[in-house]
Design a protein around this ligand. Structure first.
Ligand SMILES: *Cc1c(COP(=O)(O)O)cnc(C)c1O
Length: 482
């Protein structure tokens, strides 16, 4: 857009009359007019395109290669999802429209999607209702923990503590602490599962609930989950399910049937929406019947005549947790994914995610230490213990993978495994891709023995080599990248 500075014509600043509406621009007081042109850079479109395309080529994403980031479920983001989210009937809705007297009529389609998504996720998780508003997994956790607090407050319970296994994702204790709870860690047993005897010892009247992931972050299913739920419920504690990653469960079993009262799921993991750089995500939270009244506002409800409306009249609600309706565009993408897979497709997701992880595990276990052998679910955790003997650590292996065209797996998590390498292939990769990754991992393991120097000097193919990662995150030196 060309900016015009014509002080002789009052009101003629900024923009020409709109061609679309023919309306003159608003009158602007002459004394408010700019004296000097704005110091804006002038760039050709081509320069801008080359700049951003150049930057994007330095990035690594799923459209470029394999991204086996354990716990993060970096699965392919189908382009169909993007097309659905870009449909003008959705993309051009103004978020304030439903609050206008005539607006509700114009957003019926969007509300119908939100309502249906609530139903679908409730069915998949065995919950009574969902809020789609939380903007990330951790945000969903905080929402859930706030509902736990509201539940106990209403019942007059004095609860101060949340129990969290030591293998939990770091956001669990963080969310509990932000909501004002003390965190009591439950150790894992030698098998990598929750130590139920230690749970019994930790249970007392102060316990508000237990936050748990199943399968846990080691990719191991907790077979005693019903017993664990009964124990927690016996002190009127609530069971919180961290379902950031629901891949191994989809269509097979449901957190609600395992005894959980609340669930958050990450649409940007299980439901194939993009992760983005710290966003945009969505962490919908589902609750069992006893917690429905505490869900955040607003809720999409259906009238007897089949029309939908946003309900703000929820006196026990924990209130607002996100502007408008959360990340609506992300919910749309996940909805498109769910509908395109259908019931059978969801089952295949869990089958293939599990099969792929076990295939990788079996082929790599001759070369890497596998602390918890046996069948895993959607991810497997190795340790770089054998390579450490040669002076090569998990971080070095990760850097060597970058030079071979793969995004590294998650390393040093879960913290219960020293030198952890956590691999999650997801269901969306072909056997050829998995084989290429396996070959690279085997080659790296052999080099670590014969020529460790080659590995610890990686990466060599990137714009920058090894960084002080903590300092790079806090004081990024973006200028010297050019
Ligand atoms: C990713 C993840 C989270 C946090 O989700 P964000 O969207 O990154 O906030 C929580 N728990 C588990 C198990 C996860 O994998």
């Amino acid at each position: 857009m060309r900016v015009i500075f014509d002080k002789s014509v009052p009101g003629r600043i900024g923009v020409r009359p709109s061609r679309q509406t023919g309306c003159p621009p608003p009158h602007i007081e002459p004394k408010l007019l700019r004296e000097q042109p704005a110091a804006l850079p002038e760039l050709s479109e081509m320069d801008v395109v080359r700049h951003f395309t150049g930057l994007s080529r330095r990035n690594f994403g799923l459209d470029l290669g394999f991204y086996p980031l354990g716990s993060c479920t970096m699965k392919y983001n189908p382009k169909l999802n993007e097309r659905v989210a870009a449909l003008p009937g959705f993309a051009e809705l103004h978020p304030l429209l439903p609050q206008l007297p005539t607006g509700e009529r114009l957003v019926q389609g969007a509300l119908a999607v939100l309502h249906d998504m609530d139903r679908l996720l409730s069915e998949i998780c065995g919950m009574a209702a969902f809020t789609l508003q939380p903007l990330a997994g951790a945000h969903g956790e905080l929402t859930g923990v706030m509902m736990i607090a509201a539940y106990h407050k209403e019942r007059g319970n004095r609860k101060t503590t949340l129990l969290i296994p030591d293998s939990a994702h770091g956001t669990n204790p963080a969310s509990a602490a932000i909501a004002g709870y003390e965190v009591r860690a439950i150790p894992s047993d030698a098998d990598g599962r929750m130590d139920v005897a230690a749970l019994k010892d930790a249970l007392d009247a102060s316990v508000a609930g237990l936050m748990m992931t199943n399968p846990n972050t080691l990719g191991l299913f907790e077979p005693r989950v019903r017993e664990i739920a009964d124990l927690v419920h016996s002190v009127d504690g609530l069971m919180y399910y961290d379902g950031a990653n629901l891949n191994p469960l989809l269509g097979r079993c449901r957190p609600g049937d395992m005894g959980f009262d609340l669930v958050h799921i990450n649409l940007h993991k299980t439901f194939s929406t993009p992760h983005g750089g710290g966003g945009p995500g969505a962490g919908p939270v589902g609750v069992s019947a006893k917690l429905v009244d505490f869900l955040p506002v607003s809720l999409v409800k259906e009238r007897p005549d089949g029309s939908f409306f946003l309900d703000y009249d929820c006196p026990k609600s924990i209130g607002y947790i996100a502007p408008f309706y959360g990340n609506f565009g992300i919910v749309l993408r996940a909805y498109a994914y769910l509908l395109s897979l259908g019931k059978e497709g969801l089952l295949r997701v869990s089958e293939h995610a599990t099969l792929n992880a076990n295939y990788l595990k079996e082929r790599l276990k001759p070369f890497y230490d596998l602390p918890k052998p046996g069948v895993c679910k959607h991810e497997c955790v190795f340790s770089a213990k054998r390579q450490v003997v040669h002076g090569v650590h998990a971080l070095d292996l990760a850097k060597a993978l970058i030079d071979r065209g793969f995004h590294p797996p998650t390393v040093y998590f879960p913290i219960t495994i020293p030198e952890a390498i956590m691999i999650e292939p997801t269901e969306t990769e072909s056997k050829e891709t998995l084989d290429a990754f396996i070959e690279a991992m085997i080659e790296i393991a052999k080099l670590a023995e014969t020529n460790p120097e080659e590995i610890v000097s990686c990466p060599k193919t990137t714009v920058v080599g090894r960084l002080d990662e903590t300092r790079a995150a806090r004081q990024p030196d973006l200028a010297s990248l050019d």
